[in-house]
Design a protein around this ligand. Structure first.
Ligand SMILES: Nc1ncnc2c1ncn2[C@@H]1O[C@H](COP(=O)(O)OP(=O)(O)OP(=O)(O)O)[C@@H](O)[C@H]1O
Ligand SMILES: [Mg+2]
Length: 288
């Protein structure tokens, strides 16, 4: 099993779309895939016609079961209508987790433990995070083998990225080997100057000062990008049907490129020889 987490502390940057599209490409290769909706708003669940306000079992049940020491009911994972693709849906109760449980011991590892045992029968797990740091994102990062950070190609999005990079640096202080990440420029509109300039900054074609990007990013920026694609926007309304998701539109094809790039990288030897410590952060900087 391989676990990819999609996270960014900024909202509306394409996290849910990224999780869905990467899952769609994985399923199209014959993999058994679990999509985990960790956002109390449940936009990922909504892709599959699941209303997070109406669920009696959901990702929240995972935390209840861990807190009570009870067994996880198997129906917590639902079929999606697409062969090979299952969903662990969100519920609005997830929004109360930080208040209720974050101070309890072991609550940061609930998802990692569930994936190690009752939910272990998948080839790949994709976790969609809420746009905030809390017990859900901590769980998603702890369970992850790889982190995908979508960043909208507009200037304000760079601030969100700095926050996310700091979070990852914090996580990596105690993690060996460090969690690798890829930053994925999204919603790219080549007709706008703001989009072109932000892509240039992200991919370091433009010098910037005092940015987290220069302070030792624990990962790398993808040299591709996901363009604005109205078909991707429509996918949300298609009821999560695989053939709708991977119609050969520019956005869907860009997600296939991203999927293949991460897969290629995964099969490369460990990046240890080129991992160097940066003075300021002590976090490894991967220079591919
Ligand atoms: N490449 C794209 N082209 C066009 N529309 C897109 C693209 N990517 C995402 N969208 C649309 O932009 C909106 C935000 O995307 P998405 O829901 O994936 O972001 P998010 O980061 O998950 O947001 P939130 O933080 O609210 O969960 C959605 O309406 C989605 O359909
Ligand atoms: Mg989302």
């Amino acid at each position: 099993m391989i676990v990819w987490t999609v996270a960014n502390q900024k909202g509306g940057v394409g996290k849910t779309t990224t999780a869905v599209m990467l899952a769609a490409w994985a399923v199209s290769r014959g993999e058994r895939v679990l999509l985990v909706d960790f956002d109390p708003h449940g936009s990922l669940s909504a892709y599959f016609g699941v209303d997070p306000e109406e669920l009696s079992v959901s990702a929240y049940t995972l935390f209840q079961a861990a807190a009570n020491g009870s067994t996880l009911p198997p129906e917590v994972v639902r079929p999606t209508g697409t062969t090979g693709l299952s969903l662990l849906p969100a519920s609005i109760a997830l929004a109360t987790l930080d208040r209720q449980l974050s101070s309890r011991e072991g609550m940061g590892l609930v998802l990692a433990r569930a994936l190690a045992d009752p939910l272990r029968s998948y080839d790949r797990v994709l976790i969609d995070c809420p746009p905030m740091l809390g017990v859900l994102m901590i769980n998603a990062l702890a369970a992850a083998d790889y982190l995908i950070v979508p960043v909208q190609t507009e200037p304000l999005a760079l601030h969100g990225l700095e926050r996310m990079v700091r979070t990852l640096q914090l996580v990596n202080r105690t993690r060996r080997p460090p969690l690798s990440c890829v930053i994925v420029p999204t919603l790219y509109d080549r007709r706008t100057r703001a989009s072109r300039e932000t892509l240039g900054i992200l991919q370091s074609k433009t010098p910037i000062s005092a940015s987290a990007l220069q302070q030792g990013l624990p990962g790398r920026v993808w040299e591709g990008m996901i363009p604005v694609d109205t078909q991707l926007r429509e996918v949300g309304r298609s009821g999560g049907l695989l053939n709708q998701m991977i119609r050969p539109s520019p956005g869907a094809l860009a997600y296939r490129e991203l999927f293949e790039m991460i897969e290629r990288e995964r099969h490369l030897p460990a990046p240890a020889p080129s991992l160097r410590k940066t003075e300021e952060t002590g976090v490894g900087r991967w220079t591919p």
